[in-house]
Design a protein around this ligand. Structure first.
Ligand SMILES: Nc1nc2c(ncn2[C@@H]2O[C@H](COP(=O)(O)OP(=O)(O)OP(=O)(O)O)[C@@H](O)[C@H]2O)c(=O)[nH]1
Length: 355
């Protein structure tokens, strides 16, 4: 299953559908391969040849899918399933169960993200009508090939089992892919697109979780608020693109400069929030100073090609048990403001909670 799910990387609903079709092509190819063996050993050589053609067709549809020809491969698959069903029920009889596969077209049509609702409805109804028509025409009709009751029974239970397995697989894969796509969306909703850091919303969630840990006695939480100095001047002098490059470079310094358990987020424009769980004042000040120095060492290419230096002011506060996160954040913000007032490019420790 994991292998099937990693054939394509699901992102959009089209990717999800393409992945699903890829899985269908693989399972259908395997089913037809088994049928080659069944027909070969039961002596129905002509149908073994038909199934060789089906396996080759599913290989082709798999390749088409990988190259992005989703509609074409889907059309070929539907055509194969219908043609195979029609031919086989006429040849060996309705009781062979080859018509079951046509029913599987209906759920695949419904999850198809490329079809408009009206088109989907028409195709689903047509498939249902085709199935009913086949049932009316061929159930009870005499097949033109004579196969023993044992062969018909083997085929019936083989086809019924395969249909049930494919149905369960389709539902499972679709459920897994929807879950993956949902997780991806959740992640996107929490990521800042420019810096790839967590965004303000994700930072607030992390802050609430960490604040709850502090309240449970898990030690202090250091709150660092960093703001790039004179950033407007960088934008104004070198352009917005250079400003963006500078923000990405700063984000990288911050991300690389903290532990795995720490949280780094883009809090707003050129402002970054860093949360350090289980960290007391001396350690928090050391980390803040290291990050500030890291930003100062950065060299970003300016509009004239010459390297541009950056600086960052950081306000530091510590959340202790019985303290509210908003209060600690407000203290870090005041410390940051004090740092700006005092000349920027520095780390300032906030006053303690009770002052
Ligand atoms: N390039 C770029 N600029 C941004 C982005 N978000 C905010 N800004 C700019 O960041 C600048 C922030 O300016 P100010 O708030 O005046 O701060 P500053 O110039 O850094 O001054 P100090 O903080 O006092 O040192 C504004 O010009 C915003 O337009 C962004 O995503 N990309």
């Amino acid at each position: 299953m994991r292998r099937l799910l990693t054939l394509f990387h699901p992102g959009s609903s089209l990717d999800v559908f393409r992945e699903l079709m890829g899985a269908v092509a693989i399972v259908a190819g395997i089913t037809h391969f088994c049928l080659i063996l069944v027909f070969h050993f039961t002596g129905v050589r002509s149908l073994a040849l038909v199934n060789i053609a089906s396996v080759l067709l599913y290989v082709l549809t798999g390749l088409l899918l990988r190259n992005g020809h989703v509609r074409l491969s889907m059309g070929l698959m539907a055509l194969e399933i219908i043609a195979h069903g029609v031919l086989a029920v006429q040849a060996i009889g309705w009781d062979s169960g080859f018509h079951f596969y046509i029913i599987l077209i209906i759920p695949v049509l419904i999850v198809n993200s490329m079809l408009a609702p009206a088109g989907k409805t028409v195709l689903v109804v047509l498939t249902g009508l085709l199935y009913l028509l086949m049932d009316w025409r061929w159930r009870g009709a005499a097949p033109y090939m004579t196969a023993s009751q044992t062969v018909v029974d083997v085929l019936y239970y083989f086809n019924l089992t395969c249909t049930l397995v494919i149905l369960a697989l389709l539902a499972t894969i679709y459920y897994r892919l929807v879950t993956l796509a949902h997780a991806r969306l959740q992640d996107l909703a929490r990521t800042d697109p420019l810096t790839q850091l967590r965004n303000r919303r994700a930072a607030m969630e992390a802050a609430q979780r960490e604040a709850a840990r502090v309240a449970r006695g898990a030690g202090q939480l250091a709150v660092l608020l960093g703001d790039v100095d004179h950033f407007k001047a960088i934008n104004d002098t070198h352009g917005h693109e250079t400003g963006d490059d500078a923000l990405k470079a700063v984000a990288e310094v911050l991300r690389a400069g903290v532990r795995q358990v720490d949280h780094v987020a883009r809090w707003g424009g050129e402002e970054f929030l860093i949360l350090l769980p289980g960290t007391e004042v001396p350690e928090a000040m050391a980390v803040a100073e290291r990050l500030r120095a890291g930003v100062q060492q950065l060299r970003v290419a300016g509009a004239d090609g010459r390297p541009l230096t950056l600086a960052m002011t950081v306000g530091v506060s510590v959340l202790v048990a019985g303290d509210a996160f908003d209060q600690a954040l407000a203290r870090a913000d005041r410390a940051l403001y004090a740092g700006k007032q005092a000349g920027r490019n520095r780390v300032v420790l906030a006053s303690s909670p009770e002052t």
